[in-house]
Design a protein around this ligand. Structure first.
Ligand code: URA
Length: 246
């Protein structure tokens, strides 16, 4: 029997866009299946159905997964209307697939970011319900109290949002220079979350780096360098997300 899947999932899997955006395309009436307009989100399609967006058939690309060490001063998006450097600029032209970042890191934040054309994979890794740990190292002004380190785990309020981490520890303190290096582990990824959490307790963040994403680390990569994930690593990430949601 032919295996069927939801239309939005098939569009996301092709690398065209994320599942959420694919849902919008469908409800906006921009998607056709076998030449017929479809606006119903539950519609199921099989491998032989022809899907078009805005009248153009979507191409099925091979999925590709890249681990990039994003340097500071680069935007986590595919393009920038102000002409600033984006993560896609760091990837060789030999990789022709349309890549998009899995979540984002701020312009001033460095560290591990994944790029892929697999919308389903991306969705699994960024949604907090899948509970993937992301580990950040922050250099901050001041020496945080034990109470503040605990408060980061209990949660803080910032701009009407409740933000928390699952683990927080001090790695190093310099009493002379009055600064510290701390590690925070997050499962959520709200906008500028680490910076906002620390700033809400009065700590200025001088540097921020994402060191780990689930089981993945930066390894020997230097800023600006990247490598492809192995099939085993991709499976490891998907299995981890699926296990966490059970
Ligand atoms: N938290 C931040 O504040 N910035 C990032 O880039 C990622 C997490």
């Amino acid at each position: 029997m032919e295996s069927k899947e939801r239309l939005q999932k098939a569009i996301a899997k092709s690398g065209y866009t994320s599942r959420r955006k694919a849902e919008n395309l469908i409800t906006e009436g921009r998607v056709k299946v076998n030449k017929k307009k479809v606006t119903e989100l539950g519609t199921k399609v099989g491998p032989n159905d022809q899907i078009e967006v805005d009248g153009i058939p979507i191409e099925k690309e091979e999925p590709i997964y890249i681990l990039l060490y994003k340097p500071r001063g680069v935007i986590s998006s595919v393009s920038d209307d102000r002409g600033r450097k984006v993560v896609g600029d760091l990837i060789s032209a030999e990789i022709e697939e349309r890549l998009f970042p899995v979540g984002r890191l701020d312009y001033d934040t460095s560290g591990l970011i994944l790029l892929t054309n697999d919308g389903e994979f991306s969705q699994k890794l960024i949604h907090p319900k899948y509970k993937i740990n992301k580990v950040y190292i922050a250099k901050i002004k001041g020496i945080p109290s034990k109470e503040d380190m605990r408060q980061l785990k209990k949660g803080v309020e910032s701009d009407g949002e409740f933000l928390k981490c699952v683990n927080s520890r001090i790695l190093k303190t310099d009493f002379k220079k009055r600064n510290s290096i701390i590690e925070l582990t997050l499962q959520e990824g709200k906008n500028r979350q680490v910076r906002r959490m620390l700033e809400s307790l009065g700590y200025q963040v001088d540097k921020l780096k994402r060191e780990r994403f689930g089981p993945l680390t930066l390894g020997n990569l230097n800023p600006g360098e990247y490598r492809e994930l192995t099939p085993h690593e991709v499976k490891q990430l998907v299995d981890l997300a699926e296990k966490n949601v059970k």
